[in-house]
Write a new protein. Structure first.
Length: 366
């Protein structure tokens, strides 16, 4: 930060703007920043109504054994108390427990306070608004209204895609054969893609420990397909929070999907079923390792590419015939690498009529 910059600085527009130099490494200046924010809120008289119905946002949600659905929320308006009816998206609940960030039980949560809420009947989505309702009937009416809006938006999006061109997507290594694609394209009247390569669809099932982690994992996994030089479409057919279910193993088997788990403890029976059905399960508590393992597995769906590997190079000193044999012998000096007796046909710089022919190569290193 430039020397002499601190305290207040006259802004080009409006009132003076407070400037606080802080360091994310050492934490220096953070306390001054907090004090400045508190002072500014008092000057601007920024106050929340603690008598109104509570409003806030869901930061994360998960399922904990013995508690059920647990949501981490931030209250921005009003007070949230035990016994209140709450709604977030399409999830309804009644507050059973309230805990602060240290795990202590609370009777009520005040504005700007982070709180852990137990009592939702289903898993809310991270980022959805949290609203306190006067009664269960009003909560259900609110949810019905939200779902109606979402259905209308989904219908509008579907109508805009009616005229989209149909394309054929292959799922699985055995379905990428050219003959298979041509047969289906002819049968269903689909046009072959202009680049001669149909999209390679990779179906997956994703499970995570929390709603926030699930969203991040889905985004990162799907992004792996866009990073590929091939036309790859990674399709999460099922996503959810918690351990893998036996029904999801069956879905993975029928659809040819693999299962990706982040930071979850899977049921032993489900894992035994997955092994018996031949379903690939990738699980890790470190997201970077999970992405690397997933990327390596996805590469098995891609068509194989022949790669020439340099083994060695030699210089032919003399070519001569051996009496009684039709084979000509070349005396060669190894210049670089290693020459092997049987490693396929060697390149002499001349075009071969049949490269699949692998002639025997006898030589002596001099």
């Amino acid at each position: 930060m430039p020397e002499g910059m601190g305290g207040t600085s006259e802004g080009t527009v409006g009132a003076p703007v407070q400037v606080f130099p802080i360091s994310g490494l050492t934490g220096a200046g953070v306390e001054d920043l907090i004090e400045g924010l508190i002072l500014q809120s008092e000057v601007m008289d920024l106050r929340a109504d603690d008598e109104a119905n509570a409003e806030g946002y869901v930061m994360d949600a998960r399922v904990e054994k013995g508690l059920g659905t647990v949501a981490d929320c931030v209250i921005r308006w009003g007070n949230l108390e035990r016994g209140d009816y709450i709604v977030s998206g399409s999830s309804i609940g009644r507050v059973k427990f309230l805990k602060d960030v240290e795990g202590k039980m609370l009777k009520k949560a005040s504005p700007s306070q982070p709180v852990r809420v137990v009592g939702f009947d289903s898993l809310p989505k991270a980022g959805d608004p949290l609203v306190c309702m006067p009664s269960l009937e009003e909560a259900r009416d609110y949810v019905e209204h939200v779902e109606t809006i979402r259905r209308n938006e989904a219908a509008e999006n579907k109508n805009t895609q009616v005229g989209a061109k149909a394309e054929l997507q292959s799922s699985g290594k055995h379905l990428m054969q050219k003959k298979w694609r041509e047969t289906l394209e002819e049968k269903h009247g689909l046009d072959a893609p202009d680049d001669g390569e149909s999209p390679i669809r990779i179906p997956i099932i994703i499970r995570a420990d929390a709603e926030g982690s699930l969203a991040a994992i889905c985004e990162s996994i799907v992004a792996l397909g866009t990073e590929s030089s091939k036309n790859v479409l990674i399709d999460p057919i099922v996503t959810g929070v918690g351990s893998v279910l036996a029904t999801e193993v069956q879905v993975a088997k029928e659809s040819g999907a693999s299962i990706i788990c982040f930071n979850v403890k899977n049921d032993a029976a489900a894992m035994k079923l997955a092994e018996a059905e031949g379903v690939k399960v990738m699980s890790n508590e470190v997201i970077y390792r999970l992405l690397e393992e997933s990327k390596d597995f996805f590469s098995s769906y891609l068509p194989t590419v022949e790669v020439e590997t340099f083994l060695g190079r030699g210089k032919v000193g003399a070519v001569f015939d051996i009496g009684g044999l039709d084979t000509r012998v070349a005396g060669t000096r190894v210049i670089e690498g290693t020459l092997y007796k049987e490693k396929g046909p060697a390149s002499t710089g001349e075009s071969s009529a049949n490269k699949n022919n692998q002639p025997e190569c006898f030589y002596r290193v001099i």
